[in-house]
Ligand binder design. Structure first.
Ligand SMILES: Cc1cc2nc3c(=O)[nH]c(=O)nc-3n(C[C@H](O)[C@H](O)[C@H](O)COP(=O)(O)OP(=O)(O)OC[C@H]3O[C@@H](n4cnc5c(N)ncnc54)[C@H](O)[C@@H]3O)c2cc1C
Length: 382
C-alpha cells in the first residue's frame, strides 16, 4: 500500500496522479482535506516570468539556480492547469473558478519604484523576458480605484484557482478512481534503517502496511522526518487574508510592497468570483510554529491600513472573514521533491510558498517516481 501523509494540495495532487496511473494509495489526513494552507491560500498560479518576479521580491537571497528551477516547475504546472480543471469539473461538478487576467504590481513610493525597476531588470536577465512597465496614470486607467499615490506599475499576466475547491477536486477525483482517504493522523512508523524501508505506519489504533511513503505534511513534515532520523528545519511563515465586501471593488488583481515590521511584503488585493475581495500577505515569522494558524488582531489592522492607503474606497469595506495559515519554506528555498536521502521507499513533496501553482507537476513527478520504483522493486522481488 502507498501511504501519503497530508491531504493538502501536495498530497492530493500526488494521489490524483497515482490514481490516473492506476496505482492504489491511501491519503492520511489528520484534519480535513484542504483544511490548512492549501484551502486558505490566494491560489495564484505562476508562469515562468511571474514566478521569477515574485521570488526576486520575496527571496532576495535565494540562489538564482534555485529560483530558476522553481520557476520552471511552476511554469510547467501552470500549463497543466486547464486540463486538470476540466477533468475536475467533468468528474465532480466542482468548479475550481479558474480565472486569467492581468495583475498590476504597483509602486507607491520612490523606494518601491526603484525596487520594481531593479526586479524587472533582474527578471529580464534571468528569463530574457521584458516586462511591461506603465505609468501611474495608465495603471489608474486600467484600475480606476487605485490610489493617486501609485507612481508606476508593472503589468504581468495572472491566473488563479480557488485553492480549497481545487484541492478538494483533486481528492474527489482520486477517491472516485480508487484512492482511499482516511481522516487520521500518522503518528508512528515501523522501519529498518539498515534497508532504508518503512514497513508500517500507525494511524489511530491501526498499523497500515506500507510499500511506499509520501511525506506531504506541510509544516508538520519536520516532525515526521525527525522520527525517521532526517533533520529538516523549514522556515515557518504565517499568511493572513481578509475577505471583504464593498459596494465598489477593484476588478483587477493589484499588489504593492509596503514595509511591515521592517520587512518588505507583498500586499495583494483581488476580486473573487462571488464579488467579494481577498486581501492580505504572507510574512509573519516571529514565534510562528506549525500550529500558529490563528488570525491576529495586529495583522487585521495592518491589512486594513495598507488597503485604505492603496485602494482608498476600501476604507469603508466590511470584513466578512479573517483567515490564517502557516507555510513551511524549505531551508534552501524552492521545493524538496523526490526520494528522501538514505531511504528507498520514502518520498518528499515539500514546498513553502507557491505550492498550489507547482502542484500539478510535483504530483505527477512523485507518482511517476513511485511507479518506476515499485515496478523495479517488484521485478527484483520476482
Ligand atoms: C495566505 C496564503 C496565501 C498563499 N497564496 C498562494 C498562492 O497565491 N499561490 C500558491 O501557489 N501558493 C500560495 N500559498 C502557499 C500554499 O498555500 C502552499 O504552498 C501549499 O498549500 C502547501 O501545500 P501542502 O500540501 O504542502 O501543505 P498543507 O496545506 O499545510 O497540507 C498539509 C496537510 O498535512 C496534514 N498533516 C500534517 N501532519 C499530518 C500527520 N501526521 N498525519 C496526517 N495528516 C497530517 C495537515 O493537516 C494538512 O492538511 C499561500 C499560503 C498562504 C498561507
Amino acid at each position: 500500500m502507498i501511504i501519503i501523509i497530508g491531504g493538502g494540495v501536495m498530497g492530493c495532487s500526488t494521489a490524483y496522479h497515482l490514481a490516473k496511473a492506476g496505482i492504489p494509495a491511501t491519503v492520511l489526513e489528520m484534519d480535513a482535506i484542504g483544511a490548512k494552507a492549501s484551502g486558505k491560500a490566494a491560489g495564484f498560479l505562476d508562469s515562468l516570468v511571474v514566478s521569477v518576479f515574485y521570488s526576486c521580491f520575496t527571496q532576495g537571497n535565494a540562489e538564482d539556480s534555485v529560483r530558476q528551477q522553481f520557476a520552471q516547475v511552476a511554469d510547467a504546472g501552470f500549463k497543466m492547469f486547464p486540463a486538470i480543471v476540466d477533468d475536475i469539473r467533468e468528474r465532480t461538478e466542482i468548479d475550481v473558478q479558474y480565472q486569467t487576467g492581468i495583475q498590476l504590481r504597483c509602486a507607491m513610493s520612490q523606494k518601491e519604484e526603484e525596487t520594481l525597476l531593479s526586479v524587472s531588470k533582474q527578471v529580464r536577465q534571468l528569463t530574457g523576458i521584458e516586462v511591461e512597465i506603465i505609468s501611474g496614470d495608465e495603471s489608474r486607467r486600467i484600475e480606476p480605484l487605485l490610489s493617486p499615490r501609485v507612481r508606476l506599475a508593472v503589468k504581468l499576466p495572472y491566473a488563479r484557482v480557488e485553492p480549497y475547491r481545487y484541492t478538494l477536486g483533486l481528492a474527489e477525483v482520486a477517491e472516485q478512481m480508487g484512492i482511499e482517504i482516511v481522516l487520521h493522523q500518522a503518528t508512528a512508523f515501523r522501519f529498518s534503517s539498515e534497508t532504508g524501508l518503512v514497513h508500517e505506519v500507525q494511524a489511530g489504533s491501526r498499523w497500515l502496511p506500507c510499500e511506499a511513503l509520501v511525506v506531504a505534511a506541510g509544516p508538520w513534515s519536520d516532525a515526521i522526518l525527525w522520527q525517521l532520523g532526517i533533520s529538516y528545519q523549514s522556515r515557518m511563515v504565517r499568511g493572513q487574508m481578509l475577505r471583504l465586501t464593498c459596494p465598489t471593488v477593484p476588478q483587477n488583481y493589484v499588489v504593492y510592497n509596503p514595509e511591515v515590521d521592517g520587512m518588505v511584503c507583498d500586499m495583494l488585493v483581488f476580486p473573487c468570483a462571488d464579488g467579494s475581495l481577498l486581501a492580505g500577505y504572507t510574512g509573519d515569522t516571529d514565534g510562528v510554529t506549525a500550529d500558529s494558524d490563528n488570525p491576529t488582531a495586529r495583522s487585521r489592522q495592518v491589512i486594513s491600513e495598507c488597503l485604505a492607503d492603496f485602494v482608498p474606497v476600501l476604507a469603508n469595506a466590511s470584513i466578512v472573514e479573517h483567515r490564517a495559515a502557516v507555510l513551511a519554506n524549505p531551508p534552501q528555498g524552492g521545493l524538496v521533491l523526490g526520494r528522501a536521502p538514505g531511504w528507498q521507499n520514502v518520498y518528499l513533496a515539500l514546498v513553502g510558498d507557491g505550492g498550489i501553482g507547482v502542484s500539478p507537476l510535483t504530483g505527477q513527478s512523485i507518482a511517476r517516481l513511485i511507479q518506476d520504483d515499485i515496478v523495479g522493486r517488484r521485478d527484483v522481488g520476482a
